[in-house]
Design a binder for this molecule. Structure first.
Ligand code: GRF
Length: 195
């Protein structure tokens, strides 16, 4: 079966990448990760990729903490183009994506966010949901645009909030939903004719 090529970008522990890899290895997802990129040396996604022989790239950004300098992001675009990626999958990537990358891959960059957008965009969305005394929250996969979690929504999954929830228990429940949703969304992109 033909496979689409993805690059995965992440800054954290990499549990979403792990879920995507599990779906691929179980034979359910015709997707081939061709590059794992992180702005954090030693990030989980780099270790996961290294263990499977998937090429990795560490972004070195010294000027900004919440985005990349234009030249650094342009170099990243060069690597992504060289790897011939169909889709760029953000999985816990903690920087804003700016125009070099957005312009190079229109409607080809997706992200997963731990709330039902447009509610609770931004940092620690599960804490925002608890503070707002919401009774449900969830996760959203969306296209990435220049805003913070504002791009077109592709799919969502709802998660209940229980009275005794702490930030940790709620975040863990949302992540379980993420680990289902992200592979499902990738399967849609992997259908013949999408790219
Ligand atoms: C996820 O909760 C995702 O929603 C958010 O960052 C977290 C990444 O987790 N954007 P992991 O690194 O995939 O475990």
């Amino acid at each position: 079966m033909p496979q689409i090529k993805i690059a995965v970008l992440g800054s954290g522990k990499g549990s979403n990448f792990r879920a995507i890899l599990s779906a691929i290895m179980s034979g359910h997802l015709p997707v081939r990760p061709v590059l794992a990129v992180s702005d954090v040396p030693g990030a989980g996604i780099l270790t996961l990729a290294d263990n499977l022989g998937i090429p990795t790239m560490v972004i070195r950004e010294e000027k900004y903490r919440t985005r990349l300098s234009e030249d650094v992001e342009s170099a990243l675009v060069g690597e992504l183009r060289a790897a011939n990626v169909d889709l760029i999958v953000l999985a816990g990537y903690m920087r804003l994506v700016k125009s070099p990358l957005l312009d190079a891959f229109p409607r080809r960059i997706i992200n997963i966010h731990p709330s039902l957008l447009p509610r609770f965009p931004g940092f620690e969305a599960w804490k925002q949901a608890l503070e707002a005394k919401a009774t449900t929250t969830g996760c959203t996969v969306h296209f990435v645009d220049s805003g913070i979690d504002t791009g077109e929504i592709i799919a969502q999954s709802e998660v209940p909030i229980y009275p005794g929830d702490t930030p940790e228990t709620l975040h863990a429940r949302i992540q379980e939903a993420e680990h289902q949703l992200y592979p499902e969304v990738l399967a849609r992109f992997a259908k013949p004719g999408v790219f």
